[in-house]
Design a protein around this ligand. Structure first.
Ligand code: AMP
Length: 229
């Protein structure tokens, strides 16, 4: 979170919502009469979407490309890079659909697009479930466009993101130990995460996240409150 202001808006999503965006992307691909041979899902954010889109389109060739760019929640580290080379034959001569969860700077999907094209693929198209106005890259297929920038908490990394966010607010807030209600108040104050919205999207998960933070030695409990270790 080093390059973001202390306060940034977060939106917590759930599986149904995201699955619906996968369907929207797939519908666009079909409407466009694009029939990819293979789906390239960017790791790690594009995996769920890649698998669902294969199902919607009736494809069994799904491969992955690991991009490295972000270290933790909203923490950027330079230009996106391909982490591991793609196995020979993954995309050569095939029509390819590259999918990722979100384009923010657009750097990851743009770099993946270049990488796949350099490997003599056939037709190459790109898709993201969500697109922010900050992106320099315009994917061919987009599940939804978001006018307002927000950090999107996806269901597949709910625990990871919530740990980062809670540890972040505990560090910033001017107090030592926090009750559950105080943690919720900080999440609302710094990240516009309201209790009711969080409970609708991801019911009864705060206790699980706090227990996991304890297990990972990020926080410790003391008299019904938690403090950073
Ligand atoms: P980018 O290269 O900036 O378009 O984003 C690279 C990756 O970082 C995305 O595929 C996401 O996994 C993650 N990411 C970037 N921005 C956000 C955001 N606003 N909300 C959630 N994840 C994000």
């Amino acid at each position: 979170m080093s390059d973001l202001p202390d306060d940034f808006k977060c939106t917590i999503t759930n599986w149904e919502y995201i699955y619906d965006l996968c369907r929207t992307v797939s519908t666009q691909v079909k409407r466009d009469d694009f029939e990819p041979d293979v789906v390239v899902a960017l790791a790690r954010g594009g995996w769920f979407a890649g698998r669902c889109i294969c199902d919607f389109l009736g494809l069994n060739d799904l491969t992955s490309l690991k991009m490295e760019h972000y270290v933790g929640t909203a923490q950027k580290t330079g230009e996106p890079q391909v982490r591991y080379p793609m196995p020979e034959g993954s995309v050569e001569g095939k029509d390819v659909l590259i999918i990722d969860d979100i384009a923010d700077t657009g750097g990851s999907i743009k770099r993946a697009d270049e990488y796949v094209r350099e490997r003599n693929a056939g037709e190459v198209r790109t898709a993201t479930l969500q697109l922010l106005g900050t992106s320099d890259f315009d994917p061919d297929f987009v599940g939804e466009r978001l006018d307002e920038w927000a950090w999107i908490v996806y269901p597949w990394n709910f625990i990871e993101d919530m740990i980062d966010l809670i540890a972040g607010v505990m560090e910033r807030a001017d107090q030592e130990a926090f009750s559950r209600a105080e943690i919720r108040r900080c999440l609302s104050e710094y990240h516009s995460v309201e209790r009711i919205e969080m409970e609708i999207a991801q019911p009864n998960r705060l206790g699980e996240v706090l227990a996991e933070m304890e297990r990972r030695d990020v926080i410790e409990s003391e008299g019904g409150k938690w403090r950073l270790v």
